[in-house]
Design a protein around this ligand. Structure first.
Ligand code: S3P
Length: 442
């Protein structure tokens, strides 16, 4: 049950005994950004089916339109892009605004750095302006890029003077698809080969899509290394975007913890670099079946059927973290409803997401009565203590907002969630869909 309060900024969530029905999962955010970017850089026409219409991909589209790419009106059915060719982006007349989107800013910096003779200024909202950019700025500078910004180039607003780049072999200290993708995109316009080695494998959507657009990519997953050969040309493609497993995760957890649930989640991307959440939930005892597994446009997908099941605590750490990085807030909710202790470690990256997600979940789950200990790189959650409705806050972070809605559905008494509307960043229909599957709209 959901209601908005008089300020219309807070959502009142009342508990329900279960969720039932079918949910078509909206397009993958990572793949949507990449399709818009590669379509803009390619020669000829790109079509995108299933684009995510959240605020983040809208920011990417606005930035690339400002640099000359012809991108049709955004809709889920069909987006058409007339690309302008690699290295051909125009100097924008104004500052490029990445909004709340780290992926937009970090990947775009790699693209802009090699656009010789053109100047770009890049900014974002308050959250993005406080997130570390040195992780991409440092290696781009090693390639020869000229980038300036606050805190020695770590914080936006950033200025980029495009120039010529040379390939490097970069050993990234963080397992980050944004860092890897930024450097691969820079490598398209660099002289020679650009290689990235990561400490653990992160999502590989860029590699898959670059290859499909005609770039020369060499991946060695054993060595956690991927390389791109500079000077490849990109040709427009027809891209089909699968549903986002990170968005499906909210339903997987809600469907598991609410006792009378059965949900069919349609069209979920099942790329193996993203399916850590499935493995962990199954390890915790969740009842999740994959149906109609298939592959579309180089990405595996399927439908997921989740039925309620008792969960038990587990340990989430190590190389698995990058495969479920965005799902940790909602897994913390699952942990609060599981028997026993759940330990999350090696997840310090969560502190530099749209909010400090470790602090946010410790604080807000604590308000609901969960017993959570915060560590520098994780959380320890004593599950099985019934949650009580309370006043909680999204920290203006879309994944915190949706995770807290799921927790509130399983709590006793109603919860008031401030800042719930930021869910639109990655899942514009989340609240209406929740209304439908709780039966509160009949
Ligand atoms: C993303 C990579 C991840 C993820 C983000 C999207 C991407 O970030 O958290 O939501 O599309 O490449 P990091 O690369 O910083 O881990």
């Amino acid at each position: 049950m959901l209601q908005t309060d008089s300020s219309a900024r807070a959502l009142i969530v009342s508990p329900v005994s279960g969720l039932r029905g079918q949910v078509r999962i909206p397009g993958d955010k990572s793949i949507s950004h990449r399709a818009l970017m590669l379509g803009s850089l390619a020669e000829g026409e790109t079509t995108i089916q299933g684009l995510l219409l959240g605020e983040d991909p809208r920011s990417t589209a606005a930035c690339f339109r400002a640099m000359g790419a012809e991108i049709s009106e955004l809709n889920t059915d069909w987006v058409r892009i007339q690309g302008i060719g690699l290295g051909q982006l125009q100097e924008p007349m104004d500052v490029l605004n990445a909004g709340n989107s780290g992926t937009t800013m970090r990947l775009m910096l790699g693209i802009l750095a090699g656009h010789a003779g053109r100047f770009f200024a890049v900014t974002g909202d308050g959250s993005l302006r406080s997130r570390p950019m040195r992780r991409v700025v440092d290696p781009l500078r090693l390639m020869g890029a000229q980038i300036w910004g606050r805190a020695g180039g770590n914080l936006a607003p950033l200025a980029v003077q495009g120039g010529s780049l040379k390939g490097i072999h970069y050993h990234s200290p963080v397992a980050s698809a944004q860092v890897k993708s930024c450097l691969l995109l820079a490598g398209l316009l660099a002289e020679g080969t650009t290689q990235v080695t990561e400490p653990a494998l992160s999502r590989d959507h860029s590699e898959r899509m670059l290859r499909a657009f005609g770039a020369e990519i060499k991946a060695d997953p054993e060595e956690k290394t991927v390389a791109v050969v500079g000077g490849s040309r990109l040709r427009g493609q027809a891209v089909t975007v699968p549903g986002d497993i990170s968005s499906a995760a909210f339903w997987l957890v809600a469907g598991s913890i609410l006792p009378e649930s059965e949900l069919l989640l349609e069209n979920v991307g099942l790329n193996p670099t993203r399916t850590g959440v499935l493995e962990v939930l199954r390890e915790m005892g969740a009842d999740i079946q994959i149906e109609n597994a298939r592959e579309i446009a180089g990405e595996p997908l399927g439908n997921l059927r989740v039925r309620s099941a008792p969960l038990r605590g587990c340990t989430i750490a190590g190389d698995r973290i990058p495969t479920l990085i965005d799902e940790i807030p909602v897994l913390a909710v699952a942990a609060a409803f599981a028997e026993g202790v759940t330990v999350i470690r090696d997840a310090a990256e969560l502190r530099v997401k749209e909010s400090d997600r470790l602090a946010a979940m410790a604080q807000e789950l604590g308000r609901l009565g969960a017993r959570v200990r915060e560590h520098p790189d994780g959380l320890e959650i004593q599950g099985g203590i019934p949650l009580q409705g309370a006043e909680v806050d999204s920290h203006e972070d879309h994944r915190i907002a949706m995770s807290l809605m799921v927790a509130a559905l399983g709590a006793q008494g109603s919860t008031t969630l401030a800042g719930a509307d930021c869910a639109r960043i990655s899942y514009p229909d989340f609240i209406p869909t929740l209304q439908r599957v709780t039966g509160s709209l009949g």
